[in-house]
Design a protein around this ligand. Structure first.
Ligand code: DP6
Length: 359
């Protein structure tokens, strides 16, 4: 592990003012990250599909300032000044400053918006933190234009991780692994890497329909949630299982075995929730409608043989995953059977995507 490669020696250019605008997507983990060590180091490796539609677009306008002792920024969400985010952004800036020594020299005007309604209750920390990180990296690339694409993406992922662990899996696609794993060459606890194994056509353009069961505030913040794994009676075995599941997924991606894929992904989702139910304090983050949807997915799959499965984040919403060639039937199923279990009938159709984009 070597973080020093991300500390710049010097910059070849100077920069007074400018603006960078990028969008970055959310992602959905197949093997979950749950549990971390200090400095945003994961307890186990995870792998996710990068999403496409659910994204954050952020622009960072910068201007050189006189006082270089403090960070200086203002942040707008959908055009509205948001002082309540300052603490989170300041923590992020403090964590990344050793790798971006220019940050205190500028005033930043950060303007951000999400493609999904912010009342939707879907996590925006992955898209939000990666979008902000990539804007700062774009600035660093102007200070050091000789930087290559590979390093650009790697360092952006490294910085995103310091904002929110799962954010480091949002920079590229369609599958990203974060955390050192014996079978994944180049994998690291410090940043996400594109999964470079063979992937069967069954998994190309995979669909994710997000069924919004509960659009409220998260019941358990991710920091508290990860903390629950410290001293958890099943933690060590769970961390080993994540390694095993990534090895299994690697061969499933190659063979295209959808049955094995669905079993592994659903088991991961329920394991994540089982960890929360068996920690101290304990939480049940699923709602009655989460279980209704899961049961309907299972009944539909038995009845039709259509390979739909579910996964969950640390909340009540259900991500329904299925191959693109079943899109029409599945959307019909959503409208006739699942919409009634979604809060205000809301769901979001998304699919696998390829990461951050310059706007
Ligand atoms: C359940 O990335 O939100 O979605 O590092 O504290 O910001 P922090 O946590 P975060 O945790 C995500 C947990 C998860 C599983 C996953 O995405 O792998």
């Amino acid at each position: 592990m070597n973080q020093t490669e991300f500390i710049p020696e010097s910059y070849t250019r100077s920069l007074e003012t400018g603006k960078e605008t990028w969008s970055s997507p959310s992602n959905i983990a197949l093997v979950k990250y749950w549990g971390k060590k200090p400095n945003q180091i994961p307890e186990n490796p995870s792998i996710s599909f990068t999403l496409d539609y659910c994204r954050t677009t952020t622009s960072v306008a910068y201007e050189l300032k006189e006082d270089t002792n403090n960070f200086s920024f203002e942040l707008y969400l959908d055009g509205v000044l948001k002082p309540e985010f300052y603490e989170k952004i300041t923590t992020f800036l403090e964590r990344i400053e050793p790798y971006m020594p220019f940050l205190k020299q500028y005033h930043f005007k950060i303007e951000t918006s999400n493609s999904f309604p912010h009342s939707s209750g879907i996590a925006s920390s992955a898209s939000g933190m990666s979008a902000l990180a990539v804007c700062f990296m774009a600035m660093e690339k102007r200070l050091n234009p000789e930087m290559d694409e590979v390093f650009f993406t790697k360092k952006t992922s490294f910085l995103s991780r310091l904002g929110s662990g799962s954010a480091c899996r949002s920079l590229e696609g369609d599958l990203v692994v974060w955390g050192a794993h014996a079978d994944i060459e180049g994998s690291s606890d410090l940043y996400g890497v594109k999964f470079d194994g063979e992937v069967h056509d069954n998994f190309k353009n995979y669909q994710d329909t997000i069924l919004l069961v509960d659009k409220g505030e998260k019941q358990v913040s991710s920091t508290v949630g990860h903390g629950l794994m410290h001293g958890h009676p099943f933690a060590e075995r769970r961390f080993e299982q994540a390694h095993e599941n990534i090895s299994k997924l690697k061969s499933i991606f190659k063979s295209g075995d959808l049955k094995a894929f669905m079993a592994l992904v659903e088991s991961e989702a329920l394991t994540l929730h089982a960890m929360m139910m068996t920690s101290m304090p304990y939480f049940i983050l699923m709602k009655p409608n989460t279980l209704e949807i899961i049961n309907k997915i299972w009944a539909y799959r038995n009845r039709t043989d259509i390979p739909v499965c579910f996964t969950l984040d640390a909340g009540a919403n259900v991500h329904m995953l299925y191959p693109e060639n079943h899109k029409l039937e599945v959307l019909d199923f959503v409208k006739t059977e699942l919409v009634s279990h979604c809060q205000n009938g809301h769901f979001i159709n998304d699919q696998v995507g390829f990461g951050a984009k310059k706007q």
